[in-house]
Design a protein around this ligand. Structure first.
Ligand code: MN
Length: 340
């Protein structure tokens, strides 16, 4: 694909990122744990685009990583999942959409050790809290998604954007901006979206799968989230929760938890929303969302988490009730910094 006529909004692509990726012949492409459409879309798009006689990329995706909703993205390209042998033989790594190294979805055992072992790690992300843990880092905190940045990278690399690549990238751009509706939507997001449509992205199919349909188990989990939603601080805070049994009784796993935060967030008047879930027994994951002027990344950081200014997360090693007891009073305090 040639450069679009309107290139003014595109972020400048650092040459060292292009050079580092071009130098790899057997990279493992990595994204974050509990990969969302931006993580999966960007990993699969990059891996698929790099495939050639000289380059055999694999993608890090430990068993149990894929949500029911996003399985179809994985099925769109024929990229092998990285085995132990692939990790051992890799001549480099590309981490996408991942704010810090411990969030890399490389599997529990590998995480404890020095899995890069001196090999080049390229880190491409749009989380402002990114710790720049790579040897080469490209963090665009103003970008709506990693897929958006990756589109401009592939374009700078003169890679042909196939309709499949276009759909994968569009999936991440569309979901991370909530359909181009969040304040992180920039002209670069919309330009990338338009270019990808022109390159063959199947917007209607993606919309159907990502926005307008859900499995019975996802639907059943939503019943739980609606039922458990409570409000605090005169209705300015809403939170919900689902424990391990509730998640599994619905037919879901930890991999299926993410978008349900939209339930407490959607309540009229809510400025700070939280979702407490126990996908793994004894561990409570918390999703934070802020609306209007309310930012939540500082709140997530209090609990050793991170993310974006208005969409962040943290994990506490305790049951849900205990997590709520710890976090709720802090959230109420935190909200006082943002007078209505
Ligand atoms: Mn993202």
């Amino acid at each position: 694909m040639t450069a679009s006529p309107n290139s003014s909004c595109a972020p400048p692509v650092p040459a060292d990122v292009v050079d580092a990726i071009r130098a790899m012949n057997s990279p493992v492409i990595i994204s974050h744990v509990v990969p969302d459409a931006d993580a999966l879309g960007s990993s699969l798009a990059l891996a698929g685009s790099l495939q050639s006689d000289d380059c055999r990329p694999t993608i890090a995706l430990p068993i149990g990583s894929l949500s029911q909703r996003l399985e179809f993205l994985f099925d769109m390209v024929d990229v092998p999942v990285a085995t132990d042998a692939d990790f051992a033989a890799a001549d480099g790594f590309v981490a996408l959409d991942t704010a810090k190294k411990p969030r890399c979805n490389v599997g529990k055992e590998r995480k404890e050790g020095d899995w890069t072992a001196g090999r080049t790690l390229v880190n491409i992300d749009h989380h402002a809290t990114n710790t720049c843990f790579g040897d080469v880092n490209w963090v665009v905190g103003t970008a709506g998604s990693t897929c958006e940045i990756l589109y401009y990278l592939l374009r700078a690399m003169d890679v042909t954007i196939t309709p499949t690549t276009a759909s994968l990238l569009y999936a991440g751009i569309q979901t991370d901006t909530l359909g181009f509706s969040l304040p992180n939507t920039g002209t670069a997001s919309l330009q990338a979206g338009a270019d990808l449509l022109a390159a063959g992205a199947d917007i209607a199919d993606l919309g159907e799968r990502l926005l307008r349909s859900q499995s019975v188990s996802e639907f059943n989990l939503l019943r739980v989230i609606y039922r458990n939603t409570k409000t605090e601080a005169d209705g300015h805070i809403a939170y919900s929760h689902a424990n391990h049994d509730e998640i599994h009784d619905a037919g879901c796993t930890a991999a299926d938890i993410d978008d349900q935060i939209s339930v407490p967030r959607s309540l009229d008047g809510v400025r700070l929303a939280m979702l407490f879930t126990e996908g793994h027994k004894g561990k409570t994951r918390i999703n934070f969302r802020g609306s209007g002027s309310v930012t939540v990344v500082e709140l997530a950081k209090e609990f050793h988490g991170g993310g974006h200014t208005q969409a962040a997360g943290a994990i506490l090693n305790c049951p849900i009730e205990e997590a709520i007891e710890q976090v709720l009073p802090r959230a109420i305090e935190h909200l006082k910094h943002f007078p209505p």
